[in-house]
Ligand binder design. Structure first.
Ligand code: SDX
Length: 432
């Protein structure tokens, strides 16, 4: 019998059940309700998963009260400052920081997969030029499984690893192509002499008729953005990837489902919505009107980039990004960007306002990221694509952990049914 248990008593029958309490290495313990329906004939109900742990994981830990985020035990602040996205990708996938040889081999393998099948380019022509790039990403990433049959054996560790390299390496290329297609410029192929992040900026902003150089400050800020967005426990899109993957669908199909979930403005689409909101507010003197709307329960307006299901303290990623936003804007001479001034003032006012203090609404990862991306030159509709590019590493790591779990079963939630009781069919001529 496990050391700690929770006794549940059904007062209708007097029946009692001892449920095992499972402890983690950090954070809240869980009560294992696997046997609950079998013993009590009752389901547990938790539509927004406010109190539900969907899996056991070793990848990412969040403490919402303390504003802590660890990737495989390493604090996000240290990784953002001292590591880089490719090394963090290795850490999330394999559970340890790579040594010199492992780092070089991982970088070499990812670099060898940056090109996409030449026919994949034809997919873009099927989209309107003004298609939202996230619509393109959902389609093209899902379609990768049409090209890489040799690495779709999800039960073969080698195949899983090759698919991981392919996805990590090709996401920047596919993302940059979606931008080039939208602006009517020729696709820029990856230049494998450049580092991973610099290569992405090169594919995004280089044109055939000019040399492309990028400031190391922008590369570092971009690398930090990717690192900070790489994984985040069981958020909506990661939970989607796990559920889609639990049916044994291939990882590209599961990750395409995750891209769809990330697109929503309540989730990864918030960074685009923040920039649009800052543009709407325009000047600090109009902030009060928007704060009032955000507090009005009758008004659906939310302060985008604020609040979080888990963080009831400052999102540690937002802290890093606020500094990075200042550095990038200073480097580019945009530190007077009115949207940055509005953002700083909006944060100051909101954090002094009782409504936001009582509801523990702090800036989240999306509040400052858009300012950096906009300063680097990305259009707002590319912001969530960049979030997806970064999060593809977390999605793949979580998928790999799920598919390697021997006890894994297909995710199949139940429901509380409140529909019609059984009734007989009424032929058309007898209906009112
Ligand atoms: C991401 O889950 C993750 O980890 C996600 C993410 C990741 O890395 O994967 O961190 C990335 O998605 C960050 C969140 C980006 N979204 C936004 O910035 C959109 C604005 N935020 C809100 O939509 C909201 O805060 C959510 C969706 C983020 C969280 O919603 P919850 O946990 O369901 O919280 P809630 O809606 O229950 O809010 C609690 C209260 C409510 O008031 P009451 O019903 O108690 O009266 O706070 C209010 C909400 O009305 N509230 C807000 C608000 N967010 C919550 N009021 C005004 N403005 C806001 N932004």
């Amino acid at each position: 019998m496990p050391s700690e248990t929770l006794t549940i008593r059904d007062n209708r029958t007097g029946k009692e059940l001892e449920l095992p309490i499972l402890k983690g290495t950090e954070g809240p313990s869980v009560v294992d309700v696997t046997k609950f329906y079998k013993e009590f004939g009752l389901f547990t109900l938790d539509p927004g998963f406010y109190s539900t742990a969907s899996c056991i994981s070793e990848i990412t830990f969040i403490d919402g009260e303390k504003g802590i985020l660890l990737y495989r035990g390493y604090p996000i602040e240290q990784l953002a400052e001292q590591s880089n996205f490719l090394e963090v990708s290795y850490l999330l996938l394999f559970g340890k920081l790579p040594n010199q040889a492992e780092h070089e081999q991982f970088e070499r393998l990812v670099t060898q997969h940056t090109m996409v099948h030449e026919q994949l380019k034809d997919f873009y022509r099927g989209f309107r030029r003004d298609a939202h790039p996230m619509a393109i990403m959902v389609g093209v990433i899902g379609a990768l499984s049409a090209f890489y049959h040799d690495s779709l054996d999800i039960f073969d560790a080698r195949s899983r690893e090759i698919s991981a390299y392919r996805l990590i390496a090709k996401m920047p290329t596919i993302a940059a192509f979606s931008y080039k297609y939208a602006v009517g410029q020729p696709f820029v192929y990856p230049d494998n002499e450049r580092g991973f992040v610099e290569n992405f900026l090169y594919m995004m902003f280089a044109v055939p008729c000019a040399k492309y150089k990028v400031s190391p400050v922008l590369v570092k800020a971009m690398d930090q953005i990717l690192t900070l967005h790489a994984d985040h426990e069981q958020n909506a899109s990661t939970a989607t990837v796990r559920l889609a993957g639990s049916s044994l669908a291939n990882p590209f199909a599961a990750i395409s489902a995750g891209i769809g979930a990330l697109w929503g403005p309540a989730h990864g689409g918030a960074n685009e919505a923040v920039l649009n909101m800052l543009g709407q507010i325009r000047t600090p003197d109009r902030i009060g009107e928007y704060i009032k709307r955000a507090k009005d329960p009758q008004d659906p307006f939310r302060l985008m980039g604020f609040g979080h299901r888990v963080y009831k303290n400052y999102d540690p990623r937002a802290k890093v990004l606020r500094k990075a936003a200042h550095d990038v804007l200073q480097e580019l001479g945009h530190v007077d960007d009115p949207r940055f001034k509005v953002a700083l003032e909006l944060e100051r006012i909101a954090r002094e306002d009782d409504y936001f203090v009582q509801k523990k609404l702090y800036p989240n990862v999306d509040f400052y990221s858009g300012l950096i991306l906009s300063a680097i030159g990305f259009p707002t509709n590319m912001f969530t694509v960049i979030f997806a590019l970064a999060r593809s590493v977390g999605w793949f790591s979580q998928w790999m952990e799920m598919i390697s779990d021997k006890g894994q079963a297909i995710g199949r939630p139940r429901q509380l049914y409140r529909g019609a009781m059984t009734r007989d069919y009424v032929p058309l001529y007898q209906r009112d």
